[in-house]
Design a protein around this ligand. Structure first.
Ligand code: UDP
Length: 333
């Protein structure tokens, strides 16, 4: 049921993979979008893509770092401010190599950046109670889990003092901040826990496994497997994720909801799927060291999502999603 219909939105991280698809989906609904990004990991080509949208007049792009005070809000026309019903705080590096390179920014964007976004959302009175904020949390808050699949009730197993902690703990802090904000200020903001998601317009250089393997296959390079490839992930195609995000945004749910695909693959199986997409090439697989604290398994328990966001459920299979992503990547070459 649509309780909080999206009438206008601020999207932070709009040049990023998920953020740009979110802006696209909102423009498809002819919703005004204030898109914010500082291009620390997002791609200018994603904003260029949005500026060519048939409803691009409903898009306002602002180049800014959301960690800094949101002075730019003064440049949003009054009529737009009146319509803003949602703030999607999706800005954050998300791939392990990039969040480790930008470790401090990762810590701050999920804490100070989220604080700024919450304060901005609450300052909007157009809907009578301020805008609803949706925070992009992550399966990483479960760390290297002892239970599989991971339900939202699982508290996780995270190393707070290691190379992944700048991301994992920042997202956990973000969740705590959002919970406390709702509790103390009686607001109705929410968060989704996003599991491994892939699709067109991912940064081909960001190092995440799906896009990395597809790029290597495209360029006729060996496919890199970290460790023995027996670790598992569950891969969600971007369209399925967005459908869930928008259903969540329009509900009044404030508790965390897992979003992803619950079909689990080993990384070796993923590499085989990529190989079979390029059957005409003789692609080899090479082993590289497993990064520190790399989770052994990851698969969402989607019971809560399927119940609360009904009739949502992931529909795009891995072979189909890989085919679509690979087609996009080929055109980009
Ligand atoms: N991985 C791999 N080869 C690559 C990139 C990643 O084997 O070229 C592995 C990585 O070690 C991890 C899994 O694939 O076990 C998923 O990694 P990704 O960076 O996509 O994200 P994560 O789920 O670890 O946050």
């Amino acid at each position: 049921m649509s309780v909080f219909q999206v009438k206008g939105a601020v999207v932070t991280g709009a040049a990023g993979f998920i953020g740009s698809h979110l802006c696209d989906a909102l423009l498809n609904r002819n919703v005004p979008v204030v898109a914010v990004d500082n291009f620390s990991t997002g791609m200018r080509s994603n904003i260029d893509f949005l500026t060519k949208h048939a409803n691009a007049r409903s898009l306002k792009f602002i180049e800014a770092d959301v960690i800094e005070p949101w002075q730019w809000q003064k440049s949003i026309p009054h009529e737009w401010m009146q319509k803003l019903s949602h703030v999607f705080h999706f800005a954050s590096p998300a791939s392990p190599p990039l969040y480790q390179e930008l470790a401090f920014s990762t810590l701050w964007v999920n804490s100070l950046g989220l604080k700024n976004a919450l304060e901005f959302a609450d300052s909007l009175k157009s809907t009578g109670c301020g805008a609803r904020l949706i925070f992009s949390s992550t399966s990483e808050i479960y760390g290297d889990p002892e239970v599989s699949p991971q339900p939202e009730s699982y508290w996780g197993r995270v190393n707070s003092f290691g190379i992944r902690s700048c991301y994992d703990e920042a997202k956990r802090f973000g969740e705590a901040l959002l919970f406390t904000h709702n509790w103390k200020k009686k607001t109705q903001h929410g968060l989704v826990r996003i599991f491994n998601t892939y699709g067109p317009r991912m940064n081909p250089h960001d190092g995440r496994v799906v896009i990395n393997l597809l790029k290597q296959a495209r360029d006729n390079e060996p496919l890199t497997i970290y460790g023995d490839g027996s670790q598992t992930r569950s891969f969600c195609y971007i369209d399925d994720l967005l459908d869930g995000v928008l259903r969540y945004a329009e509900s009044d749910i404030t508790e965390p909801v897992n979003l992803g695909n619950d079909v689990e693959f080993t990384i070796l199986e993923l590499a085989e799927r990529v190989r079979s997409l390029h059957a005409n090439k003789k692609l080899t697989i090479i082993r590289q060291p497993l990064p520190k604290d790399d989770p052994r398994q990851r698969r969402p328990d989607l019971s809560r999502a399927k119940q609360l966001l009904s009739p949502w459920c992931p529909k795009v299979s891995l072979p189909e999603g890989l085919r679509r992503t690979s087609e996009w990547l080929e055109q980009k070459a």
